[in-house]
Design a protein around this ligand. Structure first.
Ligand code: ZN
Length: 355
């Protein structure tokens, strides 16, 4: 269906039917995604919101409808486990019968809803386009990447959070280090005249981390219990895990199994065995990724940059010449990003080979 056909049908449908539209703008989407870590839960949240709004008689735009108190059945497309929407529904929504099925557009109500949703998307893209002064392309593909790249160059990396869903592959293809354009006098380090970290190493996947509200769950304890976590090696007293919000490719962390916060709490045996794992990690990284150097260290306390405070861990960050800090401020360098999964495969292999 063409955009104009979608628009006219959408108007007709809204004249005939009680409607509610929940628009999730890119910044909100990115925030929700980083909180929920799951697209199905995000979709469920949106569906539940609309259902609750309709049942309460809340409406949007120019049309006002009374509450649809007589409604007892809802039909929705099936995009995951049925429980997702059921869980997301609040008190009003819990009283309805929820039918979910694949290709639910066979039901005219869902088909109509899809058209309204598509129209909402088209309208929002148009509004965003006006706002930033370019025609934003939809979906994915070379023209999208090209446009995103040129917008980054013009407005900085942050523009992406305003106009795109960040958790898709396209974002990783755009990993760039942007040179500072507001060149201020370069602060020096140790009096040696070397520039300090002026270029930001841009890792878009960190946005998820930065925007995510910290939950009570310890990511290390959770990873130990989980099978699909990015654990590379399990030792007697601790383990090696990939940092899923890395500062650099191959950013690893070594942590004890025990949930302890302080260096003083580590036993002699743990210290020894954890450092064995650090040593092994360095060997593997050297063999598989050939870095030029490493940063290895522990952040204790929020003020020192600790993201997970309760569970001590040692960071191992491989560094390559020119990857960030000491890059001349005018240099324009692209960091070839390697996806987490690929890096995991490569390093897992290394941990298997190296004693
Ligand atoms: Zn823990």
């Amino acid at each position: 269906m063409s955009d104009s056909r979608v628009k006219s049908l959408s108007e007709d449908i809204q004249k005939l039917c009680p409607c509610d539209i929940v628009v999730i703008s890119p910044p909100k989407y990115n925030e929700l995604y980083s909180k929920l870590h799951n697209l199905n839960r995000l979709l469920a949240w949106g569906h539940a919101r609309v259902i609750e709004n309709l049942l309460s008689g809340v409406s949007q735009g120019t049309h006002t409808y009374p509450g649809i108190n007589s409604c007892d059945t809802v039909i929705a497309d099936k995009f995951g486990d049925k429980k997702y929407i059921e869980k997301a529904l609040m008190s009003k929504g819990k009283q309805i019968t929820l039918i979910q099925r694949p290709k639910a557009e066979y039901d005219i109500a869902v088909a109509a809803a899809s058209i309204i949703a598509r129209n909402g998307f088209i309208e929002e893209i148009a509004a965003l386009s006006t706002q930033i002064g370019v025609q934003l392309p939809k979906g994915a593909g070379p023209q999208v990447e090209e446009m995103a790249q040129s917008l980054i160059e013009k407005h900085g990396n942050e523009i992406l959070n305003k106009i795109a869903k960040l958790h898709f592959k396209t974002t990783n293809k755009l990993t760039v280090i942007t040179p500072r354009t507001d060149a201020r006098p370069v602060p020096t380090r140790n009096g040696l005249g070397e520039p300090r970290a002026n270029n930001r190493l841009w890792a878009p996947w960190r946005a998820e981390y930065i925007y995510s509200s910290k939950s009570d769950v310890c990511i290390f304890c959770e990873a130990i219990a989980k099978k699909d976590a990015f654990i590379l090696s399990r030792g007697a007293k601790g383990f090696v895990i990939m940092n899923t919000f890395p500062y650099n490719n191959g950013h690893l962390m070594v942590a004890p199994y025990r949930h302890i916060a302080n260096v003083e709490d580590l036993t002699g045996e743990e210290i020894l065995l954890l450092f064995d794992l650090v040593q092994k990690s360095v060997r593997v990284l050297k063999a598989k990724m050939r870095p030029d150097g490493f940063n290895i260290g522990i952040n204790l306390g929020k003020v020192a940059g600790a993201g997970v405070e309760g569970h001590i861990h040692i960071h191992i960050v491989p560094r390559w010449n020119g990857d960030t800090n000491f890059m001349p401020i005018t240099a324009e360098t692209k960091v070839i990003s390697q996806s987490l999964e690929e890096a995991y495969k490569l390093l897992k292999e290394g941990f298997g080979e190296i004693p």
